[in-house]
Design a binder for this molecule. Structure first.
Ligand SMILES: [Zn+2]
Length: 454
């Protein structure tokens, strides 16, 4: 294995030290300014004797690639990915300094503690710990282990993973990658399941536009575009796209049904994956009552922006709405829009796809990388159910998957729902104990894939 168990606590404390420093380097995006943080990583890696390459894809933005080389590689590399930027803070809502990285009552506090500087610190320490043992002649690598730190993930920018794939493909070419995206959920005081993200929904934007004659509001008009748009949105809001049980979702619910605490939902999960059409429909109906489950079962449509009118006494000539449409992988956004146009059936209302997301093939749950993650989890705690997961949100993993690199998403920290909901919120924090867990998980993953056994 990667390390003797006696080393874990010392390494975990080193992770905490690095995480505090990473939080203190403010990479709020915009503007990001990730270069300062990349230089810190570069220094730590370089001092440890690890080869690095630092790029500046835009002014003060950075992409860092560090590589532990196998002397005689027998397989293509494995990538450990994390982004360096963080979302902004509402400082007055925090009880601690969001850029202090303080350790209080067993938690590291600060913006990015969970998303994604915690994982970045764990990836960093994994490489450093491996390098120490390599240089001491205590282990051999069977493939290169590559750390990648990117910019602009939170703004959905094009100077992160996508930039590296386009501009430095040889550096990020790999057989497998590990990224953020999944979850390890703590319920009743212990980790219940690990949702390993193997696929993700695709984020599209559709504009709905109603047009009409306009005029003075003292003369009501049947063609008022505000009324036409309101009717259209009302119909769309009541509409449900069909349930599609993708292989990833089937495995997700089958695995979850083994450990799920709520008996009614557990039975619904068993029904859903039973293969019997009537039971499947019944199971889907029950699970659809929980918004997050519903979102994994079908394409989801959320109206998010409404725009119409400038004066209370003028009927406008146009009214607009925006829909966030999250299609299931493999589903066509054009087909969804055709269905919506048919449903609304109003010649005054037009649909336009303003943004098309990036579809990507799911990463298989039968791969060596998935097994490495599952076995590492079970080494720490055999009772944790490891399930493949279709995430409802979009991540940078889609770029790698489309490029042909199976990518697995996990936030490697066991978190309660309360702690997880602080991500992008106030008083974001990660338990010190969870950092130790993450180090063992990522270390075990790399050891299984890249360290010569024996
Ligand atoms: Zn993130």
């Amino acid at each position: 294995m990667l390390l003797p168990p006696s080393d874990w606590n010392g390494l975990r404390d080193e992770v905490v030290g690095h995480l505090t420093r990473l939080i203190q380097i403010d990479t709020t995006n915009p503007p990001g300014n990730e270069m300062a943080l990349a230089r810190y990583l570069d220094r730590v890696l370089h001092t440890a004797g690890i080869e690095t390459q630092l790029f500046e894809p835009a002014a003060d933005r950075a992409a860092l690639v560090a590589r532990l080389r196998a002397a005689h590689p027998v397989s293509p590399p494995v990538l450990l990915l994390a982004h360096m930027d963080v979302v902004g803070v509402a400082r007055e809502a925090w009880t601690t300094d969001p850029f202090g990285g303080d350790v209080i009552d067993g938690y590291v506090y600060g913006r990015g503690a969970i998303d994604d500087k915690g994982m970045l610190a764990v990836n960093l320490m994994t490489l450093v710990a491996l390098q120490r043992r390599l240089s001491a002649g205590q282990l051999r690598l069977t493939r290169d282990v590559v750390l990648v730190a990117t910019s602009d993930e939170e703004a959905g920018g094009t100077i992160g993973t996508e930039w590296l794939i386009e501009n430095q493909p040889a550096l990020v070419s790999a057989e497998f990658a590990l990224n953020e995206g999944g979850r390890i959920r703590v319920a009743n005081g212990k980790p219940l399941y690990a949702a390993i993200q193997c696929a993700e929904k695709v984020s599209n934007v559709v504009t709905v536009r109603a047009t009409g004659p306009g005029g003075h509001a003292s003369v009501p008009l049947p063609g008022n575009p505000v009324a036409h748009l309101a009717r259209a949105i009302s119909l769309i809001s009541e509409h449900r796209e069909p349930v599609v049980l993708l292989p990833t979702t089937r495995e997700f619910f089958a695995g979850l049904s083994m450990v799920w605490p709520n008996a009614a939902e557990r039975a619904a999960m068993t029904d859903l994956v039973s293969g019997d059409a009537a039971r499947q429909a019944q199971g889907a109906r029950t699970l659809s009552g929980t918004p997050l489950f519903d979102a994994t079962l079908r394409t989801g449509i959320s109206p998010t922006i409404l725009e119409a009118g400038v004066r209370h006494n003028v009927i406008p000539t146009e009214a607009c709405a925006m829909l966030s449409v999250r299609t299931l992988p493999g589903e066509s956004i054009d087909d969804v829009v055709d269905r919506l146009a048919g449903l609304v059936g109003d010649p005054a209302v037009h649909f336009e796809i303003s943004h098309r997301g990036h579809d990507a093939p799911p990463s298989p749950s039968t791969s060596a990388a998935f097994a490495a993650l599952r076995d590492s989890l079970h080494e720490i705690d055999p009772s944790i159910a490891a399930v493949p997961y279709l995430s409802t949100g979009a991540t940078e993993s889609a770029f790698l998957r489309r490029w042909g690199v199976p990518t697995y998403g996990i936030l490697p920290f066991p978190l309660t729902m309360d702690d997880e909901s602080r991500m992008h919120g106030h008083d974001e924090r990660v338990p010190v104990e969870a950092l130790g867990f993450a180090l063992r998980l990522v270390g075990g993953f790399v050891a299984r894939l890249a360290v010569h056994a024996g």
